[in-house]
Write a protein that binds this ligand. Structure first.
Ligand code: SF4
Ligand code: MG
Length: 281
């Protein structure tokens, strides 16, 4: 299938110049390269500008409650592990309202791909600060400028045990495509963080700002080393690493649950260590 074959026919309602267009274009390309059958694809989202993405994608989709895409997608994946499950959403939806769910997607290694478009603001509700907003940013909720330290999503996901962690900039649709493709191919919880400017409400973190802070992850970076992935984020200081940061493998939630059903034989004396890996990365 060609990238355009994944268009739903519904024209995106995002503002002209919104970073999310680059992400959508990268997603179409990734799906095309993997030749994913839209009838095997489920796109779940919460609420926000980026959470509207499922409307523009040919797939089965669920536009759910604010911050609740993760639990709904987990249910879909456990019920139908044969399908490709994709979550799309933003920084407010994922880390503020949905912040309580994110750690559990990562630590239980749900086999799904989460594409989070981070514009450092709430766009749909017209410009409130989000958990990733910079301190100095003036918004409706921070009229004197933000005073809180922004959260660090990449460190957060690594700490909670995501098995695929990557970051891209929406202006580079090719890189978005590559990293989303890698996430879809990955067996486990794949988190792709995409810096994506909101040209209408975030006048501080513009496309020029994002372009100025991104820095490629060196080719020699060992993606299998969790410590090195964390260290690289600190080493980059005020720069944002783009590329694949970390990738590892451990049993996914659906396979462990299937094994529990088939292998324990209903006996509570079953040695559960036979189906879970106790080694820490
Ligand atoms: Fe994009 Fe911002 Fe417009 Fe929403 S308000 S569509 S995030 S530019
Ligand atoms: Mg946002």
């Amino acid at each position: 299938m060609r990238p355009k074959d994944y268009e739903s026919g519904v024209h995106p309602v995002w503002c002209a110049g919104c970073g999310n267009y680059g992400v959508l274009s990268g997603l179409y390309r990734a799906l095309s390269e993997l030749n994913i059958d839209p009838t095997n694809l489920v796109n779940v989202s919460g609420i926000g500008c980026s959470s509207r993405l499922p409307y523009f994608l040919k797939a089965y989709k669920m536009h759910t409650l604010h911050g609740r895409a993760g639990p709904v997608a987990t249910g879909v994946q456990l019920a139908r592990p044969d399908l490709d499950v994709l979550v799309t959403g933003g920084d407010g939806d994922g880390f503020s309202i949905g912040g309580g769910h994110m750690p559990h997607l990562a630590r239980t290694n749900v086999n799904l791909t989460y594409v989070l478009m981070d514009n450092h603001i709430y766009g749909l509700t017209k410009g409130q600060s989000s958990p990733t907003s910079r301190r100095i940013m003036k918004a409706y909720t921070t009229p004197y400028g933000g005073i809180e330290e922004p959260m660090r999503p990449l460190l957060y996901m690594l700490t909670y045990g995501a098995t695929y962690v990557a970051q891209a900039y929406s202006g580079n649709a090719k890189m978005c495509a590559e990293l989303i493709k890698g996430g879809l191919e990955h067996k486990g919880f794949a988190y792709i963080h995409i810096l994506s400017p909101c040209i209408t409400f975030n006048k501080l973190d513009t496309a020029a700002y994002f372009k100025g802070i991104i820095k490629d992850i060196p080719e020699k970076h060992n993606v299998a080393d969790l410590h090195k992935a964390m260290h690289l984020i600190y080493k980059f200081k005020d720069k944002e690493p783009v590329g694949l940061l970390y990738k590892s493998h451990r049993p996914t939630l659906d396979t462990i649950m299937a094994d529990l059903v088939t292998q324990t034989g209903g006996s509570k004396n079953y040695d559960i260590r036979k189906i879970i890996d106790l080694a820490r990365p």
